[in-house]
Design a protein around this ligand. Structure first.
Ligand SMILES: Cc1cc2nc3c(=O)[nH]c(=O)nc-3n(C[C@H](O)[C@H](O)[C@H](O)COP(=O)(O)OP(=O)(O)OC[C@H]3O[C@@H](n4cnc5c(N)ncnc54)[C@H](O)[C@@H]3O)c2cc1C
Length: 402
């Protein structure tokens, strides 16, 4: 029996035809989902969309994939060390942390890349009266929220980590704050893309979004137009620079973070160690990363002598025995910061099929798995996570109107 061609079928066939069409004059064939930005957020969303069955995914990256904040980060998964109360943001971080063991396992199975998830916990040290007040406040709200947190005496800190300064007064231990090697995470996500025909186009800086009759239809670089059914802005600190035909994108500004790195032959520390002034992240290969400055200097990614000195002092306060090590490497990256310091996730109500996943500020590595799940569920399944309401791109307007 022959079925008549229904409208839905005709529209499906037109789409199929468009997907395979190479358009002339600088226009490229239509893609199903166009992701702008090849950092950890764009790459993680691409993978999750692919796992949910989307087969036409293109990532446009203005520079090198993973070459911005995601490559500059320290890789801490610090839901408890980085938050100050049990609010939506804390639970978003917490949920993402919980996803990491499976995320790491799956990535290894899919790509053979070990992202070096280390679950040995995090120490948070106090050296001064004000540090002690800070950690006691943190201990109290986390205990009230029924989180795993332990109070340690100075003696017990030094039993765990013998190279920590004898000046330490007390500490908190967060068994569920971990770390990953974020550059390996980026390598795994890139490999997943390569193995699964997710197209990544580097050196392709999107200048403007193309919106027609209230619907996104693509994006344009200086010399190429990319037609797309759906567009995701995963553009980090550069989000506000894209033009959008009179439509305003969320304001996201860059906040520079400088890092330094020591190299040791043998691993000296077993876990991430914070103080209220900075942190030390020991990698498996003997590197010790020290971070990070917090500076509003626009899009300047240079390191500075004063930044380096501050980080060296931070390291020596935590572990004076590092004094004779020379700095093996240093770099800086730009954290994406929205007006309220919180991520911007979800759909733009006035533009059909345009989504944002940006402004992860200090926690984009931690938040990558949960962001990918929330965004893919929304794009593919129209599922509204509770977090989309809390972190939606239009929350700033609503706040103004009230
Ligand atoms: C020093 C430092 C330490 C950090 N440490 C940690 C940590 O320990 N744990 C943690 O969870 N987070 C950490 N962060 C934060 C984390 O790095 C960021 O939140 C995260 O990388 C953001 O990911 P992203 O993909 O949104 O941004 P990015 O990695 O910056 O990626 C955005 C990409 O979009 C591209 N892009 C922008 N505009 C366009 C355009 N118009 N066209 C095409 N491409 C475009 C950019 O080139 C860039 O590659 C740290 C950040 C810094 C700087």
């Amino acid at each position: 029996m022959r079925f008549p061609l229904t409208l839905a079928k005709i529209s499906f066939l037109i789409k199929k035809y468009q997907f395979s069409l190479n358009l002339p004059d600088g226009k490229r064939q239509m893609t199903e989902v166009l992701i702008i930005g090849g950092g950890v957020i764009g790459l993680s969303i691409a993978r999750q969309l692919h796992k949910k069955g989307v087969r036409q995914i293109t990532i446009l990256e203005r520079g090198r994939t993973g070459g911005e904040a995601s490559g500059a980060a320290a890789g801490m998964l610090a839901a408890q060390a980085e938050t100050n109360e049990a609010d939506d943001f804390f639970y978003l971080c917490h949920d993402s942390n919980r996803l990491y063991p499976n995320f790491a396992r799956e990535l290894f199975d899919e790509t053979g890349v070990d992202i070096e998830l280390e679950t040995s916990g995090t120490l948070y040290l106090a050296f001064t009266d004000s540090d002690e007040r800070e950690i006691r406040h943190r201990f109290d709200w986390q205990r009230a929220a029924k989180l795993s947190v332990e109070h340690l005496s100075a003696e017990n800190v030094r039993k765990l980590e013998p190279f920590v300064s004898p000046e330490v007064r007390e500490a908190l231990f967060f068994p569920n704050d971990w770390q990953v090697e974020n550059r390996k995470l980026l390598a795994a996500l890139q490999k997943y893309a390569a193995l699964n025909q997710i197209e990544i186009i580097e050196n392709a800086a999107v200048e403007r979004l193309i919106i027609k009759n209230g619907k996104i239809v693509g994006a344009a670089t200086a010399n190429q137009t990319y037609a797309a059914e759906t567009v995701v802005l995963a553009t980090g600190a550069w989000t506000s620079l894209i033009k959008a035909d009179g439509f305003s994108l969320p304001q996201v500004k860059p906040v520079r973070g400088q890092m330094i790195c020591f190299q040791t032959a043998k691993r000296l520390f077993q876990r991430v160690i914070y103080s209220p002034r900075g942190y030390l992240v020991p990698r498996l290969d003997g590197r010790i990363l020290i971070g990070a400055t917090v500076e509003e200097v626009g899009f300047d990614k240079n390191t500075t002598a004063s930044g380096t000195e501050f980080l060296r002092e931070t390291a020596l306060e935590i572990a004076p025995s590092l004094v004779n090590l020379s700095i093996a490497d240093k770099w800086a990256g730009l954290r994406p910061f929205a007006a309220d310091g919180l991520p911007v996730l979800g759909a733009f109500p006035e533009i059909e099929n345009l989504f944002a996943a940006t402004a992860h500020y200090r926690n984009g590595i931690l938040l990558a798995p949960v962001t990918a799940e929330i965004m893919a569920d929304k794009i593919v399944g129209k599922i509204e996570s509770k977090y989309l309401k809390a972190f939606g791109p239009r929350r700033f307007q609503t706040a103004k109107a009230v």
